[in-house]
Design a protein around this ligand. Structure first.
Ligand code: SAM
Length: 185
């Protein structure tokens, strides 16, 4: 099963109606739409992206969502202060889909330092039994480096607090997307 599909299946298992969740990289809003369907009209979805194009695409895609949707035109490195300002707690899921905006400017991409800073903040606000998922794209040099740095950092997380899982194909000639999942105990 493709890693993107596996990501959605795990999120479906972990997220219930009424939950509060974060899409840390809104992009074209496909993951956000899926998350909105999982949390439903009593749920809350907070989104981040540094490109107004991504914010606009996501707003358009979620125009029929009846729950709370707060898309922020700012970096996911401001995750914790934004959640604190919103007086939100019990964050059930934080979703990262790394790389560049499909169909957009390929030079605007995620950076591992910023992503790790954000994940570190996310670990401080995620609920017990919550999940942080990260889609990695090692098919190009910058994505490969990003993957290596993030895998190395997350593999050192305390196993008493977090379970870290890595789902990836082992027999593909190309380098398809890979899924990293952090389960808070
Ligand atoms: C692969 S796309 C996300 C795809 C999206 N999840 C979807 O379903 O359509 C990656 C996005 O991350 C955004 N991004 C890059 N750096 C960011 C940052 N520091 N904070 C938030 N978003 C960022 C890019 O602008 C881009 O839109």
């Amino acid at each position: 099963m493709h890693a993107l599909k596996m990501n959605h299946l795990i999120l479906k298992q972990m997220i219930s109606r009424g939950d509060t969740v974060i899409d840390a990289t809104l992009g074209n809003g496909q993951d956000a739409l899926y998350l909105s369907q999982l949390v439903g009209e009593t749920g809350t979805l907070i989104g981040f992206d540094i490109q107004s194009e991504a914010i606009n695409h996501s707003k358009e895609r979620l125009k029929d969502f009846k729950g709370n949707f707060h898309p922020y035109l700012k970096s996911h490195s401001l995750l914790k202060e934004t959640i604190d300002q919103e007086h939100l707690s019990d964050i059930q899921a934080i979703v990262y889909n790394l790389g560049y905006l499909p169909g957009g400017d390929k030079s605007i991409t995620t950076h591992f330092e910023t992503v790790l800073d954000s994940i570190n903040q996310g670990l401080g606000i995620i609920a017990s039994k919550g999940v942080i998922s990260i889609m990695l794209y090692p098919g190009h040099a910058a994505g490969q480096l990003e993957k290596e740095k993030i895998l190395a950092w997350t593999s050192r997380l305390n196993q008493k607090e977090i379970d870290v899982y890595h789902y990836h194909a082992t027999n593909q000639k190309k380098s398809p997307p890979e899924l990293l999942i952090l389960f808070k105990k």
